[in-house]
Design a protein around this ligand. Structure first.
Ligand code: ZN
Length: 519
């Protein structure tokens, strides 16, 4: 690391613009330094985006034989990006730009960039390049192993990967010691300002309110969802999903949709935000709602102010804020009655004969069926939260060393029984179901839900008429365009006028399911 950093220092010094004349010294140098800061940050962003392109390829079209080399390639790019992120010249530049930042408004692009770049720099210098490269290799290898092991219900193969993931998570946390909880540094990375304790408090409060709602909704005779489970051709499913996400505002000039194992959204640049989906011919909901979910992430990324492109500000604010948006489009919008008032006729035309005798109301109830189920990504919007809480609790326990990796399958079964009240028959549909567990993102799921709580239910009436622009532009204007300028808590306050809390989310559920929740 040190050797390369020195070499870069030399290059950086050689390319620093010459000092300007005396008359402009007071202003010009700061602007030049700011331009140099942006150049350096662009380089880091370009390397990161190149790594993301390799990751997208690995998860979509790469032949299996490419796995080994791909791991090394991604690690090499991560290491290069990290080395540039910890370059001492960058730190010096940030120091020198402090007085300049102090003269600018807090929410200006320039002051925000200096502030966020400094925060990133100070965190990055705590982490050795060697750790970054090992974590990257691990992520790629583990993903490949998981792709084989999950369908084979093979926990034994994944056990060493799980152990290694925990070890890497613990090693990473220790770079930030002292901390209050070992998960705090990981949570801070995903959602600045959150801690294990604050997420625990939020989840505990939510669980208390949610359990009676889930109980009320699952006690009564459940919705008939047979209309979603016959046979739906892949081509038609993909075509329908495409029409839906195009209509809500996903820009195909700046993105594309492909198939994968575990759907995701990836940003290669402002002009290239890609999403993926998976199709099950016997289940209409998989491709449709995973496309909507990922399109929600993509709408956010495609709407970040283009002037922030190539800098650390040019992407979504945090994991939690991102998840609040994907779930807003997937559930609050995509599972609303108004949404289907508009799209149901198109669905009926896409699958001739299959929905002729299914009333809109039956379909609406089917896609909103609340049940105690095994798979997080297939869970309804109400029980979904319980799946997240279980993962969070188990992750904390493993990081604390209070739960051994080999005991995870049993802890998973016990946890599912306690949280969701169903027990998986095997590990395939138990602890092996989530790729996140095996790609080094320990602590990430802690935030998956936290920020979604602020997603308010005021969906404009326009949705029933297929008009999504009013909602989209409100979100773009108030939230998306800011990129990563503000901390999640600051952003929530700016956008909603209140602190992050579970109130709006619970009111939304109570209103939506009012006819099915007994008082
Ligand atoms: Zn998501």
């Amino acid at each position: 690391m040190t050797k390369t950093s020195k070499a870069q220092d030399a290059v950086g010094a050689a390319t620093t613009p010459p000092r300007t004349s005396k008359s402009t010294r007071n202003r010009r140098p700061a602007e030049e330094k700011f331009a140099e800061l942006k150049r350096r940050l662009h380089d880091i962003d370009d390397l990161t985006a190149a790594g993301a392109a390799l990751g997208w390829d690995q998860a979509t079209y790469m032949p299996i034989g490419g796995a080994g080399a791909r791991g090394r390639q991604r690690a090499a790019l991560s290491r290069l990006a990290h080395e540039k992120s910890v370059d001492s010249t960058l730190g010096k530049l940030l120091d020198e730009l402090e007085p300049y930042a102090a003269t600018l408004p807090h929410d200006s692009n320039e002051a925000s960039l200096i502030r966020v770049a400094r925060r990133d720099f100070e965190r990055a210098i705590k982490v050795p390049s060697d750790h970054v490269a090992r974590a990257s290799v691990f992520g790629a290898e583990s993903y490949e192993a998981w792709k084989q092991a999950r369908p084979a219900n093979d926990f034994a193969t994944m056990l060493p990967f799980l152990q290694r993931g925990i070890d890497l998570g613990r090693e990473y946390a220790d770079f930030f010691a002292p901390y209050h909880h070992i998960a705090d540094p990981l949570i801070e990375d995903a959602d600045e300002g959150m801690t294990a304790a604050s997420v625990r408090r939020l989840f505990a409060a939510l669980r208390t309110e949610l359990v009676p709602i889930v109980h009320a909704l699952t006690e009564q005779s459940n919705a008939d969802d047979r209309c979603l489970r016959s046979s739906f051709g892949e081509t038609a499913q993909l075509a329908f999903g495409l029409s839906v996400i195009r209509r809500i505002g996903y820009d195909f000039e700046r993105g594309r949709l492909d198939k994968t194992v575990h759907p995701f959204c990836t940003r290669l640049s402002a002009g290239d935000v890609r999403i993926t989906t998976r199709v099950f011919e016997n289940d209409l909901t998989q491709a449709l709602f995973s496309s909507l979910h990922e399109a929600g992430h993509a709408l956010y990324e495609q709407s970040v102010d283009p002037v922030l492109e190539g800098t650390p500000l040019g992407r979504g604010a945090s994991v939690g804020v991102h998840e609040s948006q994907s779930r807003l489009w997937e559930n609050v919008v995509g599972r609303s009655r108004e949404f289907w008032e508009y799209f149901y006729p198109l669905l009926q035309r896409t699958f001739p004969g299959q929905f002729d005798r299914v009333r809109l109301e039956t379909f609406y109830r089917a896609i909103n069926k609340v049940e105690r189920s095994l798979i997080r990504t297939e869970a309804d919007e109400v029980t979904y939260n319980l799946h997240i809480m279980l993962r969070f609790e188990l992750e904390l326990k493993m990081l604390e060393d209070a739960l051994r990796a080999k005991d995870l399958p049993e802890a998973w079964r016990a946890g599912m029984d306690s949280y969701v009240r169903v027990v998986p028959p095997d590990d395939r549909d138990g602890c092996l179901q989530d790729v996140h567990w095996f790609s080094g993102i320990m602590g990430g799921s802690a935030q998956f839900y936290a920020a979604a709580m602020k997603a308010h239910p005021n969906i404009p009436k326009e949705i029933a008429a297929g008009e999504f622009e009013p909602l989209h532009s409100w979100l773009r204007e108030n939230l998306y365009r800011h990129g990563r300028k503000f901390k999640p808590s600051e952003l929530v306050r700016r956008v909603t006028g209140e602190q992050m809390n579970t109130g709006p989310y619970l009111s939304y559920l109570r209103a939506k399911y009012a006819d099915r929740i007994r008082a």
